[in-house]
Design a binder for this molecule. Structure first.
Ligand code: NAD
Length: 275
């Protein structure tokens, strides 16, 4: 199975996501952001932080019975910002194009692109990783990155920012995440190359590489309870991060304060490191 949201929910120590602790100070006033995976976890925290910093925000997501996207929409609306909901499957190339078009028409432009949606699955043995599984992870984590960036970039003016979500798995791959780790290394390479290409247009691109963060995605895939219990215990803080603890990095990379930051990878790993 892709994930066991019920299990993650039950053990969730932060059902409120901790996001009320994020206070904005107008760093993104008037900006227009698209966040894929914006209904849940890390993307949700980034979307809400962007709105608190003054941005209008579109969120793209795969409808999931355990996640109510209306919550994020209303939190963005509560900041007096425009919110656009984009439910759909990013493994479909035509939807990737359409969701960008709907963002541009709904928000009146696009200058912050966060490609963050992702999937993972645990497979203990190489024999268990089917072509179908492999393909789905590639499409969700890598192809969709290209499809969405390709559709979005022509709309983005100088001063815009692209941010992708990779993972510590790009640097310290787990033996049971062959496909996932491969896509995350690909995201790093793609984003660095894109950064070099787009800087001519005045668009910066950077990567956030999270370590263990407590979300629906993590811990997932029907892992033994013991592993779930120990998730993130090996960070310097003895716990996984909360999504809101990544939000300041997304805000920095999106903002004009990051004017000399391009093609970089920001690890937010609780000290586990990405080198
Ligand atoms: P999450 O499950 O809360 O969010 C995943 C998001 O991706 C959801 O919004 C979901 O709707 C979206 N998504 C998945 N498949 C999709 C599809 N086919 N079409 C459209 N949307 C789709 O998990 P999260 O932990 O917040 O994950 C966000 C990103 O962070 C992912 O790229 C993940 O790989 C990465 N990451 C997470 C951790 C962690 O420990 N949680 C660590 C490293 C990297």
């Amino acid at each position: 199975p892709q994930q066991a949201p019920g299990l993650a929910r039950k053990m969730d120590p932060t059902p409120d996501h901790g996001e009320e602790s994020y206070r904005g100070s107008g760093k993104l006033t008037g900006r227009k952001a698209l966040v894929t995976g914006g209904d849940s976890g890390i993307g949700r925290a980034a979307a809400i932080a962007f709105a608190r910093e003054g941005a209008d925000v579109a969120i793209a997501y795969l409808p999931d019975e355990d996640v109510d996207a209306r919550e994020v929409m209303s939190l963005i609306g509560a900041e007096g910002r425009k919110a656009v909901a984009l439910p759909g499957d990013i493994t479909d190339e035509s939807w990737c194009k359409e969701l960008v078009d709907r963002t541009v028409s709904g928000l009146g432009g696009l200058d912050i692109l966060v490609i963050n949606a992702g999937r993972q699955q645990y497979r203990e043995k190489i024999e268990e990783l089917s072509t179908e599984d492999f393909d789905k992870t590639m499409k969700t984590n890598l192809y969709a990155l290209h499809w969405i960036a390709q559709a979005a970039v022509p709309h983005m003016p100088a001063g815009s920012a692209v941010i992708t979500t990779a993972s510590i798995q790009a640097y310290q791959p787990s033996p049971i995440l062959l496909d996932y780790a491969t896509t995350k290394a690909g995201i790093v390479a793609y984003t660095k190359a894109l950064a070099k290409q787009l800087i001519e247009r005045g668009i910066r691109a950077n990567v956030v590489a999270p370590g263990p963060v407590w979300t629906v995605l993590q811990p997932s895939g029907g892992q033994p309870d013991e592993k779930v219990k120990n998730f993130g215990k090996d960070s310097d803080f003895g716990r996984p991060g909360q999504p809101v603890e990544l939000a300041p990095v997304f805000v920095l990379l999106a903002s004009s304060e990051a004017s000399f930051i391009n093609g970089e990878v920001y690890g937010v790993t609780g000290g586990k490191g990405i080198a």
